[in-house]
Write a protein that binds this ligand. Structure first.
Ligand SMILES: [Fe+2]
Length: 483
């Protein structure tokens, strides 16, 4: 599957390439020549700067964009809190991170999350897990979205808390952003950076569901490739950014802008559309990516590399040390397994990193599928130092099977949000959603069988004792008793 075969054609125009400087104008001549802030902008537009980093961030990390728009976003009435019970409310606000996350060491797995035909985008956002605090710009939040209606006309949403990495699992999102329009289909992801306003329409009014990682600190970048070289994994050219596209709606009109700010939702009325950007240029913008374009790299002789080899995007956390990420977005795409004399599924492990996994479609090769298993639209969380790995059936099969070259994951796409932080679970994720599989461990790992057979030649040898000492022992059976 070199490129995803989508059921819905994306007819929007995009600018290709990850990051870097980009510019787009819906009307030729919108962007002023040389000056960013001329005394009068072309066509009577206002200019507005949108910064995604400090002005003084190093040049290769600096993300700023100039918007040329009909009216600045500052023109609105006061923001007022939106109650969680409102149809546009945020169902799971997060006013206090320290007290609202349950940090527990158990492995967790969720049955598929339900579609909800009654709600639109904002109210469909359910915070499942996370760490840190958006007011400190540290950490991340993990959401499930499941909506059945488009956002109401003349509304827009933004998060001041962080960048949204949206993983579409079911249904197609038609997203109008300030920067232009993008279509998000299952097996695609998009990133809508902090502060950018957007409106979500459901394509053909069909329900949509997926996963979101909200990054409270920094921004995603492509991982370094090291000895892999200059191509492979997610190639920069396959990322797509919308082109400028605007609405003229500023007379006798009223729009509502919803903002997530410090985990809570606010709304403000304004007498003009926020989607009035006629042209923009800079380094801070939304983008999307087809996971089917990922070029996996793996073992061609024996063993297999760490799953970091499948990293699509990474958000480094410098305080946690070099090579450490507050969030990695990792996928397990269809691929050939050819390694000889190798246990091909993931090995058993306990990691300092936390792993939240989801399944977009198909079957994940390390876990049983079907009811009670790891299913599309379900999820799992393996927290810091919580042991996990293939379930019993997968181990028994993989450790005895013939090892011809095998394609795994055909028609499947699993992914992982991996974090260096201990990820806590919300009350909604643990109880309200009623999707936690209570017997996850009992089904997966408690049944693991003992295959250990002490070789005859080692009889009488006990751990921690030198051989000659054991040989000197008068009663070897007492040594056995210590085992
Ligand atoms: Fe893992």
């Amino acid at each position: 599957m070199p490129v995803t075969q989508f059921a819905v054609t994306d007819t929007y125009e995009y600018l290709n390439g990850f990051g870097g400087y980009k510019e787009s104008e819906a009307i030729e001549g919108t962007l002023p020549l040389a000056a960013n802030s001329p005394q009068k902008c072309p066509y009577g537009l206002y200019n507005e700067k949108l910064s995604g980093t400090a002005f003084t961030a190093p040049r290769d990390e600096n993300q700023q964009t100039w918007l040329y728009r009909i009216l600045p976003s500052a023109s609105h009435q006061n923001f007022e809190p939106v109650s969680a019970s409102s149809s546009q409310g945020l169902a799971t606000p997060t006013p206090s991170f320290g007290t609202h996350f349950n940090a527990i060491p158990n492995q967790l797995r969720w049955d598929p999350f339900d579609l909800d035909k009654e709600v639109s985008w904002i109210h469909s956002l359910h915070l499942v897990a996370g760490a840190g605090d958006p007011t400190m710009k540290q950490g991340l939040g993990i959401y499930i979205y499941a909506c059945g209606t488009s956002m109401p006309e003349k509304t827009a949403f933004y998060s001041a808390d962080g960048d949204f990495l949206i993983v579409a699992q079911h249904g197609v999102l038609d997203i109008r952003t300030e920067f232009g329009k993008l279509l998000l289909r299952p097996n695609e992801i998009c990133v809508i950076p902090r502060g950018i306003r957007y409106h979500v329409t459901l394509h053909n009014n069909e329900p949509a569901r997926g996963y979101i990682l909200e990054l409270y600190q920094g921004h995603f970048k492509l991982p370094e490739l090291g000895p892999i070289g200059s191509n492979g994994l997610a190639n920069a050219r396959d990322f797509q950014t919308p082109v400028a596209d605007f609405i003229e709606d500023y007379e006798n009109t009223q729009w509502t802008v919803y903002g997530k700010f410090g985990g809570n939702l606010f709304s403000a009325k304004q007498s003009h559309t926020p989607f009035d950007v006629v042209g923009w240029h800079g380094t801070y913008f939304p983008y999307k990516y087809d996971l089917g374009r990922f070029s996996p790299v793996g073992s061609i002789c024996y063993d297999h590399p760490d799953p970091s080899i499948f990293t699509v995007l990474t958000a480094p956390s410098h305080p946690h040390g070099a090579g450490t990420a507050v969030a990695d977005f990792v996928i397990f795409p269809p691929r050939w397994l050819v390694a000889e004399n190798t246990f091909r599924p993931p090995w058993y492990h306990r990691n300092t990193m936390s792993e939240f996994m989801g399944l977009i479609m198909g079957n994940y090769d390390a876990k049983g599928a079907g009811k009670g298993g790891f299913q599309p639209a379900g999820a799992s969380l393996h927290n810091t130092m919580s042991g996990h790995g293939p379930d019993m059936q997968t181990f028994e099969k993989a450790s005895t099977m013939d090892l011809p070259p095998t394609k795994v994951g055909e028609g499947s796409m699993a992914f992982m949000f991996e974090s260096c932080l201990m990820v806590g679970v919300t009350e909604w994720g643990l109880k309200t959603c009623q999707k936690v599989q209570e017997s996850y461990n009992a089904h997966s790992w408690e049944p693991l069988k003992v295959h250990f057979k002490r070789p005859e030649s080692s009889r009488g040898v006990s751990n921690g004792e030198k051989k000659h000492a054991v040989g000197d022992a008068k009663d070897a059976s007492s040594v056995h008793a210590l085992r």
